[in-house]
Design a protein around this ligand. Structure first.
Ligand SMILES: NC(=O)C1=CN([C@@H]2O[C@H](COP(=O)(O)OP(=O)(O)OC[C@H]3O[C@@H](n4cnc5c(N)ncnc54)[C@H](O)[C@@H]3O)[C@@H](O)[C@H]2O)[C@@H](O)CC1
Ligand SMILES: [K+]
Length: 491
């Protein structure tokens, strides 16, 4: 059943609605808590059979309830278990109170916990209900646990990690393993939450998948399931023009490499034809480096207008190494009504003139994809970037709505968002992908997909995924060139 939920991301608020729907449908909530706690105890025994003592840290809500169930199960199994609580156990309510009453172990205050060699901590302080920064007492405990290098298994989320945003609220545990329930939450994928989770296990506690998917929104993990149907519709046997013609715009003679990387990536990613568009002064240097990619001299908007009479040139990449300024803006506005990947200098050129671009994107009938990293995002969308209440996903969604473009908000946790609010979070990129030229390659792959006729959101999401796979295949010593050689076929 979890297969159906494998790619779904559920926010804590949606999870609360799912819990309620489960209860309304007659499912006993204490049974769910018991399944959750049992799954945690099973993980603890499986992962740390050599533990001398399991130390269960229980919080004031249902996350703590899961902890009491796990503690009871571990003690039943004959393990040495100690329980420490944040807040008074008498103040617990509902299922958590019931789980605590059923637990035969004595409970000591959290602050009394002194880590010992051989301990394994089960962190059940806070999960999805974390609503503000961690309280003072938790800080001390977390510090001692990390100083003592005590392995941590987190229940649902490492305490301190916000399930909606992946942000750390004050401080957090860094877990070796996290057991979450039914479906992943944004905080498991977004940074820095992702690295605080350690290995992530999703356990089915028995809520019917239908109840979960009906209440989950449009948020997915970026896997071929999110766009595969559009990819498989591309027939590799078609005539080369039917696989599209991608134009990549080169900068001046001293900055041509980035555009050539985009062009080479576009060709490797399946564009039928790729033309590098070059100003006169860079023709010679570009020509000396190109083989399969074609070259065309375009000096100004007039030249560009002439070339655009050829309707077969259907997608463009503008930005890598292009230079910031009026020429970039003029060219981009002319290309908006086809399909355009606006990257790097292309976006920065609109820092003080974004309204015109967004207006064109809204009304031209074309497809626009923008690929900002954090700095570029802040330049183009300063008010969204500065809104501390928004998660990275929500920022990308707000930017997409405002700009009428598909936004690829890059980073180790790249988010792709459409103006409709649909979004995916990417999870297959190795850290080594943060290498010079990597962004140019990504822009080229998006361009290739647009040239092949994919809708903008799918084109961008599929490109981010292929880029991540290529990074994994290219391995740690990768360069932008080896990244291109390792772009996998579309699945
Ligand atoms: N999703 C599900 O279907 C199930 C969820 N379960 C567990 O329930 C958890 C969610 O339970 P809750 O909603 O009770 O939330 P939590 O147990 O995460 O925490 C909520 C409690 O902590 C308080 N609180 C929040 N932030 C605080 C802070 N910074 N300092 C001090 N107090 C703070 C709240 O007022 C509330 O009393 C999940 O993480 C999961 O572990 C399980 O029991 C099984 C079923
Ligand atoms: K926790």
């Amino acid at each position: 059943m979890l297969d159906a939920l494998q790619n779904v991301l559920v926010t804590p608020a949606e999870m609360t609605a799912i819990d309620k729907a489960a209860a309304d449908s007659g499912i006993d909530s204490f049974t769910l808590m018991r399944s959750a706690g049992m799954a945690v105890s099973a993980a603890a025994l499986r992962l740390f059979p050599e533990a001398l003592r399991f130390v269960v840290l229980c919080g004031p809500g249902n996350n703590g309830g899961d902890g009491y169930v796990a503690a009871s199960a571990l003690a039943d199994g004959g393990a040495d278990v100690a329980v420490f609580a944040l807040g008074k156990p008498e103040a617990l309510k509902g299922d958590a109170a019931r789980a605590q009453r059923a637990c035969p172990l004595s409970v000591q205050p959290l602050i009394a916990y002194e880590p010992q060699v051989g301990d394994v901590v089960i962190d059940a302080l806070f999960g999805a209900g974390l609503a503000r920064d961690l309280p003072e007492e938790a800080y001390e405990t977390i510090e001692r646990v990390s100083e003592g290098r005590i392995p941590v298994i987190a229940v649902d989320l490492p305490s301190g990690v916000d399930g909606r945003t992946g942000e750390v609220r004050g401080t957090s545990f860094t877990a070796a393993h996290t057991v979450t329930f039914m479906a992943r939450k944004p905080g498991h994928l977004l940074m820095p939450g992702r690295v605080r989770c350690g290995a992530l296990e999703v356990f089915d506690i028995g809520i019917p998948a239908r109840l979960v998917s009906e209440r989950a929104g449009d948020l997915r993990i970026n896997t071929p399931a999110a766009w595969g149907s559009h990819a498989s519709a591309l027939d590799p046997a078609t005539h080369k023009y039917r696989r599209g013609h991608l134009g990549v715009l080169s900068g001046g003679s001293l900055s041509t490499g980035a555009a050539r990387l985009s062009a080479a990536a576009g060709l490797a990613a399946g564009a039928g034809l790729v033309t590098l568009v070059s100003p006169a002064e860079a023709l010679a240097v570009n020509a000396s480096h190109l083989t399969a990619v074609m070259l065309r001299e375009i000096r100004d908007t007039e030249d560009l207008a002439t070339w655009l009479k050829d309707k077969r040139v259907n997608a463009f990449v503008l930005g890598p190494g292009f230079g910031v300024g009026k020429k970039a803006r003029d060219f981009a506005l002319m290309l908006c009504d086809r399909a355009l990947v606006l990257d790097a200098d292309g976006m920065t050129s609109f820092e003080k003139a974004r309204a015109e671009l967004f207006e064109r994107a809204a009304n031209s009938g074309g497809r626009l994809v923008m690929t900002p990293h954090e700095g570029e995002f802040a330049r183009l969308f300063p008010e969204i970037a500065a809104d501390a209440a928004l998660s990275k996903i929500e920022k990308a969604q707000a930017a997409a709505r405002l700009s009428h473009a598909v936004i690829v908000y890059k980073g180790p946790d790249t988010v792709v968002a459409a103006p409709s609010g649909r979004a995916v979070v990417n999870a297959n990129a190795p850290p080594s992908l943060a290498t010079a030229g990597s962004g140019d390659v990504l822009a080229g792959i998006v361009g290739a997909h647009l040239a092949q006729g994919m809708p903008a959101f799918e084109a961008a999401a599929a490109a981010v995924w292929r880029h991540g796979e290529a990074g994994t295949r290219a391995g740690r010593g990768m360069t932008a060139e080896t990244l291109i050689e390792n772009i996998p076929p579309l699945p």
